[in-house]
Structure formats: structure tokens, C-alpha cells
Design a protein around this ligand. Structure first.
Ligand code: 5GP
Ligand code: MG
Length: 182
């Protein structure tokens, strides 16, 4: 599908399903080297990262890898509200663990910075950050992103876990808001 309508807006395909899957395979291969012997705990940031986390985690082969979930909410409509609400924290003991944060998208970076601060409070040994999508032009805070799937322009996207007002998460490709529409 080249174009999709999600609620009132039209989106054009920008990253195909095959490109996403290929890139995830490459990231997993790199992680399997970097994380060997570290018994990493993956932390999937809900809701958006669930699809990325699922496809990636299936390809992680390092011994004693586990996954948990952390839920934050920051967006209303297509603009960031700048407010981050913690909806669900975790119960796992992170002390001295290697933690790998899995995020769908780093836009301004504020959500990620907030997430990292919260995780650091649990005294992990080290934190790796993986994001499927990065918007370099939108980034407002310094972040060390260890794994980036794709750099994209500063435009609103949907699909592959990312929503527009809760819709569009089920699309297997990533779509960008059509230029002709605002
Ligand atoms: P940040 O705090 O980096 O500005 O925003 C991070 C969160 O905002 C992401 O986890 C994601 O949920 C949401 N977000 C940012 N940009 C987009 C976008 O283009 N499309 C969608 N659907 N969500 C976005
Ligand atoms: Mg997210």
C-alpha cells in the first residue's frame, strides 16, 4: 500500500516492511556480539515499541536474555505535549544489570532522557539504548543512542507500532504524513 488513511489524515509509505525487517536483523546481529555474556535485560517502552521489541527479541541469541516492559505516555494527537506520565513501572531488580532500552522513536529525546533517569535510579551496571526511529533535527537533549534503525526527517509518522490517536499501530510498514495535508 502506497498511501493509507488513518482517521482524518493521509499518510505515504516511507519505510517498507522488508527494510524494517532487514534493519532489525542487522541490529540483532550487532547486539548478539555486544551483549554476549552480559545476561541483558531488555526494557520495551510501551506502547509504541512493542512490535520492534517483539521482532528484535526473537533474534537475540545471547544467553540469559530477558525482557520487561515500562509504560510512558507523552503524546496527544500529532504534537508532543512535553509532559511525560509514568503509567507502569517495573518490579525487576535492575541493580548491576545490563539494561537495553527498546524505544520506537526518539523525537525531542525528552521521553528517552526521562526514561534513562528513572532506570539509572535502579543502579544498573550499564544502559544501552536502541531506537527504531530517530529524528535528528528534532532532538533537544544530548543522548548516546547505541543502536538506531533509521534516521528520518522531522515529520509525523505512523505504523509498525506507532499510532496516530491510537490508530495505525497495526500497519507493517512506516508511513509519513502526506505533505499535501496538514
Ligand atoms: P520525544 O519525547 O522524544 O519527543 O517523543 C517520544 C515519544 O513520542 C515516542 O516514544 C512516541 O511515542 C511519540 N512520537 C514522537 N514522534 C512521533 C511520530 O512521528 N509519530 C508517532 N506516532 N509518535 C511519535
Ligand atoms: Mg515510544
Amino acid at each position: 500500500m502506497d498511501k493509507v488513511k488513518v482517521l482524518d489524515k493521509t499518510f505515504k509509505v516511507s519505510i517498507s516492511e522488508a527494510e524494517i525487517q532487514q534493519r532489525i536483523k542487522e541490529i540483532a546481529t550487532q547486539m548478539n556480539k555486544d551483549l554476549e555474556g552480559k545476561a541483558p535485560l531488555f526494557v520495551c517502552i510501551l506502547n509504541g515499541a512493542f512490535m520492534f521489541a517483539s521482532d528484535l527479541f526473537k533474534q537475540i541469541t545471547v544467553e540469559d536474555a530477558s525482557i520487561t516492559f515500562f509504560r510512558l505516555s507523552s503524546y496527544v494527537g500529532t504534537k508532543s505535549t512535553g509532559k511525560i506520565k509514568l503509567i507502569m513501572g517495573f518490579t525487576e531488580d535492575l541493580k548491576d544489570r545490563t539494561v537495553v532500552v527498546l524505544e520506537d522513536i526518539v523525537d525531542t529525546g525528552i521521553t528517552m532522557q526521562n526514561t534513562i533517569e528513572q532506570i539509572e535510579g535502579h543502579n544498573p551496571k550499564e544502559i544501552y539504548i536502541a531506537t527504531l526511529i530517530h529524528k535528528p533535527e528534532a532532538c533537544k537533549v544530548p543522548l548516546k543512542l547505541d543502536y538506531i534503525g533509521f534516521d528520518v526527517p522531522n515529520k509525523f509518522i505512523v505504523g509498525y507500532g506507532l499510532d496516530y490517536d491510537l490508530m495505525g499501530r497495526n500497519l507493517p510498514e512506516i508511513y509519513t504524513l502526506d505533505e499535501d495535508e496538514k
